[in-house]
Design a protein around this ligand. Structure first.
Ligand code: HEM
Length: 447
């Protein structure tokens, strides 16, 4: 029988409240909610987002089916609506043929050689940040790394140097990032553009950034130079003689800003946290840095000889995947095992659970970079690890992020190590990405 004509048979799940569904329990503590769902209902469960059934997937083969085997049956843009005021019609906010066409157009900006050309900027900016640090001082490591990755991204995207701190453009990005909509604004869809509202502060930041980017696009179109940045690549992109419009370029740039700095900086924060808790692993990493770099800052050429650095990052992304939840909506009905899910069902893919399932990972909650050593990694269950997603919407920025995280981690640890401020506790804050709730306060020590 055609799946469309079959009656819906949904996986089990918690009882929904009228109107609200399971929204409240989910929003209150998403990670705990997901853990309870998995423990209670097994490989897949149904929760209700208001009155829409949402199937939550924890099983590698189901995740594979949605992301890679049958991706055309699932849309994604709806889940990025919150970002749209900033990212317009960038990749997050597109589906179907338009998404595929725009992705093809921006893909060259992420080619290996182009991305590798940013390595020197990444190392140089990191060294400048380190020069401003003093041993014995207490710092908010999360803020330092956020400023650094923002500076790197701005330089690589549109060849502007935000400087170490306090630039007007940097402040505009901060205005947007630090004033994300709270629950009330989201629920009531409030858009009050006043200097003291979150929305107003975001709009203020957006106006400054739009002005700069629009000016840059106009100037570059006139001059026609390749400045070696993403913007030049986007200006040159064509398919069947059709080029990107100014608005499309702006939206792609904003999408890369939104996607491309907090994810990397938060991963690094978690990596430093994990290393501070696991001295054996820290020592192994430091030994690798000493033997491979002999006191010099790392370059592109050093990276292939630094596997442990890579494993530390892979293991951090397993335990703390920044994009901890992937959302889709089914265009048409589909089946998973004995269940029949109707058209319009939401699908939520939980990496937080997948990456820590004790039946898939040995010592699942333990930080063990060695599990990525090739002879161990070959035992990893396919589809149990997807920090960058998979299929046609897989993270386009992955090569950039991997290069940046390796270079920054190695450059920083070669000079300094960190002691977590006594009494400070690290907590997860699962907003759009998995942030460290109170940041990470550390005392700087010589390596
Ligand atoms: C640790 C760093 C990063 C992680 C873990 C990460 C993770 C992800 C994931 C899981 C997705 C797929 C979402 C989905 O399937 O719905 C994604 C998409 C995306 N990422 Fe990343 N990302 C990272 C860094 C970056 C960087 C540095 C950039 C750009 C410079 C970037 C740009 C994007 C874009 C544009 C998309 C949308 C792709 C599409 O829809 O076709 N990301 N990222």
């Amino acid at each position: 029988m055609d799946v469309i004509q079959q009656k819906a048979i949904l996986p089990p799940g918690p009882k929904p409240l009228p109107v609200l569904g399971n929204n409240y329990s989910f929003v209150k503590d998403p990670l705990e909610f997901l853990e309870t769902l998995h423990k209670t209902y097994g490989p897949l469960a149904t929760m209700y987002m208001s009155d829409t059934p949402s199937v939550v997937l924890f099983e590698p083969k189901h995740i594979h089916y949605v992301l890679t085997e049958n991706p055309r049956n699932f849309t994604s843009a709806e889940f990025a609506r919150g970002l749209q005021e900033f990212t317009g019609h960038g990749l997050f906010n597109l589906d179907g043929d338009t998404h595929r066409q725009q992705r093809r157009l921006v893909q060259p900006a992420f080619h290996k050689k182009r991305v590798e050309s940013y390595a020197d900027t990444m190392s140089q900016y990191t060294l400048e940040m380190l020069d401003s640090w003093e041993t014995g001082k207490e710092i908010a490591l999360d803020q330092e790394l956020q400023q650094l990755t923002m500076r790197v991204v701005a330089k690589c995207l549109f060849n502007i140097d935000l400087g170490l701190r306090n630039s007007k453009l940097g402040q505009a990005f901060t205005d947007i990032l630090e004033n994300q909509p709270k629950l009330l604004e989201t629920l009531l869809r409030l858009k009050i553009d006043l200097p003291f509202t979150d929305y107003g502060k975001r709009q203020r930041g957006k106006r400054v950034i739009d002005k700069v980017i629009n000016h840059l696009i106009a100037q570059r179109r006139l001059e026609g130079n390749d400045e070696g940045d993403f913007l030049s690549m986007l200006l040159a992109a064509t398919e069947d003689d059709v080029a990107l419009t100014d608005t499309q370029i702006r939206d792609h740039i904003m999408t890369f800003v939104a996607a491309g700095h907090e994810t990397s900086s938060n991963t690094l924060v978690w990596a430093f946290y994990l290393l501070a808790q696991n001295m054996n692993e820290y020592e192994k990493l430091y030994l690798e840095l000493q033997s491979q770099l002999q006191g010099q800052p790392p370059t592109l050429a050093n990276l292939p000889m630094m596997p442990y650095t890579d494993w530390v990052i892979s293991e951090t992304l397993r335990l703390y995947p920044p994009a901890y939840l992937i959302g889709r909506r089914a265009r048409e009905a589909f089946t998973l095992d004995e269940y029949t899910l109707p058209a319009k069902t939401f699908v939520l893919i939980s990496k937080w659970i997948l990456h820590r399932r004790p039946d898939l990972w040995e010592a699942a909650d333990t930080f063990q970079p060695e599990r990525w050593q090739p002879e161990n990694a070959k035992n990893i269950v396919p589809w149990s690890y997807i920090p960058f997603g998979a299929g046609p919407r897989m993270c386009i920025g992955m090569p950039f992020a991997q290069l940046e995280m390796r270079l920054l981690l190695a450059t920083i640890l070669q000079r300094f190590k960190f002691r977590i401020v006594p009494g400070f506790t690290m907590q997860t804050d699962p907003l759009i990405t998995l942030r460290p709730k109170n940041g990470l306060r550390v005392i700087i020590e010589p390596a």
